[in-house]
Write a protein that binds this ligand. Sequence first.
Ligand code: HPA
Length: 247
Amino acid sequence: MIAIIGGSGLSQLSNLDITRREVVRTPYGEPSGALQFGHLCDQQTVFIARHGYGHTIPPHVVNYRANIWALKQAGAQAIISVASVGGISDHLGPGVILVPDQIIDYTWGRKSTFFDGGDSPVVHVDFTDPYDAGLRQRILVAAQQADEEVIDGGTYAATQGPRLESAAEVARLERDGAHVVGMTGMPEAVLARELEIPYAAILVVANHAAGRGNSTHGIHMESIETTLKQAMNRVHKLLQHFCSTCA
Ligand code: HPA
């Protein structure tokens, strides 16, 4: 079963024919909302809205551990994360979709591991390649089949939020080697790795990051919403192709 975590702009998967909703309790507390089970192109799929179905849970408050744990318990064999980002590199303007291959974590104070000590032995998971190579490849193939232009690779800077960055912070992220910036990529990716669930992301550029392109003098939320609405239709199509190829 494929799991999809929907971010800003994707609180509902409109082409998922929902057969069941399940409220799951986990040892780590409550997930962002009920899991929605259904079929996407005949493929069993489970969906959860990262920010809740009313989009009320900010990035630093999301219970990432509960979400990933609940998906594992539900039988997820792979997780596709959908998230919106700001584009740092010039060519990553609003509406661009990419499948990142690296991540840098700038978040702090989030519960970022299942291996918290106690009686269990210390565990250090390998995170050299934070996104699952096979799953990334399958998404890229689905994009080709869907005739959707998707960029292969890129480094995601995960910031704490919920505020957007200053222009100087974005300049620093670029010097660090980041191409896009978002607020939810971590600890989600590492928690999936800890539970050995292949994880990859589809990122939608909602805006130029602060100080870049038309965000030189600020970032306007209205244009972000319009961009996301249009781009998420393309993500729906891409996910549909992905699921039709994995039967
Ligand atoms: N910064 C951080 N997160 C984001 C942005 C941004 O510019 N756009 C969408 N998510």
